[in-house]
Design a protein around this ligand. Structure first.
Ligand code: GLY
Length: 404
C-alpha cells in the first residue's frame, strides 16, 4: 500500500513538473525586448502624429514623409502594425488607435480596380477581427472578398493583378499574398468558390512563375482565350531573368500560407524549395538581409531590401511549424530578426518619421522608394516578432516597456 502511495505521489509530482514545463515561459533575450519596445514607442508616436486614412508609407529622398491614402495598396499596413503592436504589448491605447485607423479604410471594401484587397483589408480589418472578435469588422471583410473575387478569371485560373500596362492579363508573384484573404473568407462566409479560386491561383502561379532553381519571375501575363502564359518578365526587379528579392519572399510566404489552408503537400514542397533558394544563395550577405535583387549588378555594393528580409522571416517562422525539421527555418529567421535589431537597421527612437526599420527598396528600376523605411517592412517585422514570441512561448506583454 505504502509503495503504491509512493509511486502515485511520484507520478503526481512528475505530472506537475511536466505541466509547469509545458506552461513555462522562456525568458526573452535583450535583442527581442529592444525590438518590441522600439516598435511600440515608434508606433505610439506615429498614431498620435498621423491621421486615419492618410498613413505613413515611406520617406521621400527630400526627407519628407510619403503618405498612403485609402486607395494606396499599402493602406492596410499601418493599422495592421498597430494591431500587432497591441498584441505584443497589451497596451490598450494602441488597440484604440488600431481601431480608429482601421475603420478609416471603410471605402476599400468596394474597390474592384486592384488585387491588393488582401493587403489593404486583411492586414487591417482581418487582424482587427482576429484579435477582438468584434463583428463590426466582418461586413467590410465580406464585401472586400467579393470585390477581390471579381478579378478571378476562370479561363486563366488566376486573379488579375494590375489594370495598367501593356500586358493582356498580368499576374505578379506578390498576388500570392492576396489569396490569404480569399482562403480565409471562403471558410468564414461559406463561399467554396473563393477557396477554389485561391487554390487555382496558387496552382497556376506554381506552374508558370517558377524557374528550375525555384526562383520566380515577377510578372507573368496570360492569354485570356487560351489561358496560356504568353510573357514572363519583371517590373520591379533588375532584369526579366533575375531574382527580385521581395518577389522571392512573397512566393515563400504565399506557398507556406497556401499549404496552411489546403494541406496540399505540393505547396509545402514548393515553399521548402523557395526557402532553400533563399537560404543557400551564394550572394546572400552574412547578416541575412538580402540585396534588393539577388542578381543586382553591383553586389556587394548593392542596396539591401529590409522588407524582403522581414517577409522572409515571418514566412520561415510559419514554415518551421509545418515540418518536423523546422529548426533550420526557425534559426534562420532568428538570425534575420537579430540583425534587424541592430542600430544599422532599427530606427533610433523618434527618428525616421516614426517608422521602425530603415533600408528597404520599393521599385529600384522606377527610382521609387530606394533605400527608405517602408510600411510593409514594419508590418511583417511585427508579425515575425509575434510569431517568434509565440513559438518560443514568450509573453512580451509581461516585459515592461521601460526603454524605447
Ligand atoms: N506588391 C508590390 C511590391 O511588393 O512592391
Amino acid at each position: 500500500m505504502k509503495k503504491r502511495l509512493g509511486t502515485c505521489c511520484a507520478f503526481v509530482v512528475l505530472l506537475g513538473l511536466g505541466q509547469s514545463l509545458v506552461n513555462a515561459q522562456s525568458t526573452p533575450e535583450d535583442w527581442l525586448i529592444k525590438s518590441k519596445n522600439r516598435a511600440v514607442y515608434q508606433l505610439t508616436k506615429a498614431a498620435e502624429t498621423y491621421k486615419p486614412g492618410m498613413t505613413p508609407r515611406s520617406v521621400e529622398p527630400d526627407g519628407s514623409v510619403r503618405l498612403a491614402p485609402c486607395r494606396d495598396w499599402t493602406s492596410g499596413f499601418f493599422p495592421g502594425s498597430l494591431w500587432y503592436a497591441y498584441e505584443l504589448s497589451g497596451n490598450k491605447k494602441l488597440a484604440a488607435q488600431a481601431g480608429r485607423f482601421t475603420l478609416a479604410l471603410d471605402s476599400v471594401q468596394h474597390f474592384t480596380f486592384t488585387h491588393d484587397l488582401g493587403f489593404m483589408l486583411f492586414c487591417s480589418y482581418g487582424n482587427a477581427y482576429r484579435i477582438t472578435g468584434n463583428k463590426q469588422y466582418l461586413k467590410p471583410l465580406e464585401n472586400g472578398a467579393a470585390s477581390l473575387y471579381t478579378r478571378y478569371n476562370k479561363r486563366v485560373k488566376a486573379i488579375r493583378s494590375w489594370d495598367f500596362g501593356e500586358w493582356q492579363f498580368p499576374v505578379i508573384i506578390d498576388n500570392m499574398m492576396n489569396i490569404d484573404f480569399l482562403f480565409w473568407a471562403a471558410k468564414q462566409f461559406n463561399k467554396p468558390a473563393y477557396f477554389q479560386a485561391a487554390d487555382n491561383h496558387a496552382n497556376t502561379t506554381m506552374r508558370n512563375h517558377f524557374r528550375k532553381d525555384y526562383s520566380s519571375y515577377h510578372v507573368v501575363s496570360y492569354d485570356t482565350i487560351s489561358g496560356k502564359a504568353i510573357h514572363k518578365g519583371t517590373f520591379q526587379g533588375y532584369a526579366d531573368n533575375s531574382a527580385w528579392a521581395r518577389g522571392q519572399a512573397w512566393g515563400l510566404y504565399g506557398f507556406t500560407m497556401s499549404y496552411g489552408y489546403t494541406k496540399e503537400k505540393k505547396f509545402l514542397a514548393q515553399a521548402e524549395h523557395i526557402a532553400a533558394f533563399i537560404m543557400n544563395h551564394p550572394r546572400l550577405p552574412k547578416d541575412k538581409i538580402p540585396y534588393w535583387d539577388y542578381d543586382a549588378p553591383n553586389i556587394p555594393n548593392a542596396l539591401r531590401d529590409v522588407s524582403a528580409a522581414t517577409i522572409t522571416a515571418s514566412a520561415l517562422l510559419e514554415l518551421s511549424t509545418q515540418v518536423t525539421d523546422g529548426d533550420k527555418y526557425f534559426k534562420f529567421a532568428e538570425q534575420i530578426l537579430k540583425s534587424l535589431s541592430s542600430d544599422k537597421y532599427l530606427a533610433a527612437p523618434g527618428s525616421e518619421h516614426y517608422f521602425i526599420l530603415k533600408h528597404s527598396v520599393g521599385a529600384f528600376p522606377n527610382k521609387s522608394e530606394v533605400d527608405t523605411p517602408i510600411n510593409y517592412a514594419d508590418y511583417y517585422y511585427l508579425e515575425a516578432l509575434k510569431r517568434y514570441a509565440d513559438i518560443k512561448k514568450i509573453d512580451l506583454k509581461l516585459v515592461a516597456s521601460t526603454t524605447k
